[in-house]
Design a protein around this ligand. Structure first.
Ligand SMILES: O=C(O)c1ccccc1N[C@@H]1O[C@H](COP(=O)(O)O)[C@@H](O)[C@H]1O
Length: 208
């Protein structure tokens, strides 16, 4: 039996101060701002900075990138002031090495279901669906998926109704969600954010 009391919860794709405040008050451990282009959740570095400034130190702020040049990731990270960098491209270990900086948390997102934690020098591994941010689940429950050892986050099609089962089935250290806490694409629902965090943080209550 694990002595963990809760999973790590990241709420991603936040665009408004109200939604950031709701996620923080409900107990999110991390909040994400999409700094990749062409998403209904894309925010400018200026808006990300404004949103990140509302977040207490204990909550990790994360910039989300997809296949962008290193200089662009560096610039947007600096301008927005986020402390975490989440990469969804096919960047190699050298790219992570280039981005490493004191106080910065590097997250490597992959749809590769045999990934190992820390393989590219990342601090946290994120195992996601092939189409990140689509709300489509992948087959995390299948026998073909072997969960990695260590600290990894599960994402892809999670929501208040399935997060608990997903954590129990995979043993994920943490979870990440965007679509499953939206009332329409790109628009968050405070009620769903609260419900997701509540459900996720109950995942390791083995007393029942
Ligand atoms: O959310 C996006 O639009 C996005 C864009 C580019 C890269 C990653 C993106 N989101 C990531 O996807 C998962 C959430 O997926 P879901 O919507 O809950 O199915 C999460 O890791 C986000 O950071």
């Amino acid at each position: 039996m694990s002595d963990r009391k809760s999973v790590f919860v990241k709420i991603c794709g936040l665009k408004t101060p109200e939604d950031v405040d709701v996620a923080v008050a409900a107990g999110a451990h991390a909040v994400g701002f999409v700094l990749a282009p062409n998403s209904p959740r894309t925010v400018t570095a200026d808006l990300a900075r404004e949103l990140a400034a509302r977040v207490p130190e204990r909550v990790l702020t994360v910039g989300v990138f997809r296949g962008q040049p290193l200089e662009e990731v560096r610039r947007l990270t600096g301008e927005s002031g986020v402390r975490g960098v989440q990469l969804h491209g096919d960047e190699g270990p050298e790219y992570y090495e280039e981005l490493r900086a004191p106080g910065r948390t590097l997250l490597r997102a992959t749809a590769e279901h045999v990934a190992r934690c820390g393989e590219y020098g990342e601090d946290l591994l994120l195992i996601d669906a092939p189409d990140p941010g689509s709300g489509k689940p992948w087959n995390w429950g299948s026998a073909q998926f072997t969960a990695p050892e260590g600290r990894w986050l599960l994402a892809g099609g999670l929501g208040p109704d399935n997060v608990r089962e997903a954590v129990r089935a995979t043993g994920a250290w943490g979870v990440d969600v965007s679509s499953g806490v939206e009332r329409e694409r790109g628009v968050k629902s405070p009620d769903l954010i609260r419900a997701f965090i509540e459900a996720a943080t109950q995942s390791y209550d083995y007393s029942e």
